[in-house]
Design a protein around this ligand. Sequence first.
Ligand code: ZN
Length: 132
Amino acid sequence: MGKRRYKTVSGTGLVIMRWFWNVIASIRRWWADRRRRHAFGPTVVLDSATDPARELAAGKLVLVGTAEKQKWLRFKCPCGCGDVMALNLMAAHCPHWRAERHDDGSLTVHPSVDSDNCGSHFWIRRSKIYWV
Ligand SMILES: [Zn+2]
């Protein structure tokens, strides 16, 4: 009798534990999602001599170079880790990305961005962020 009762308690305990971990997992997911950005601000073009810190902090996409010759795309990692990313846009160097500017000023980037630092993986399409 005592043995049976013990089993029942431990089973209930397991269910509560599982429920508890599910709650923790969904809070963590919600928190990660809250920290993540889902869109970038406007695109700005700066020459390499200009310090982009203010634009980066504002969540803008910073094209470094000239309108004809883009060299880098810099932005703050949208996961909230604080990392500043720099994608090489010069085809002569590897790896490189292609940034396409749309009429409304938004930006599409090929291929997707995969960060070794924080594990973020996302696409940028029309300055919106699509998490993978
Ligand atoms: Zn990050």
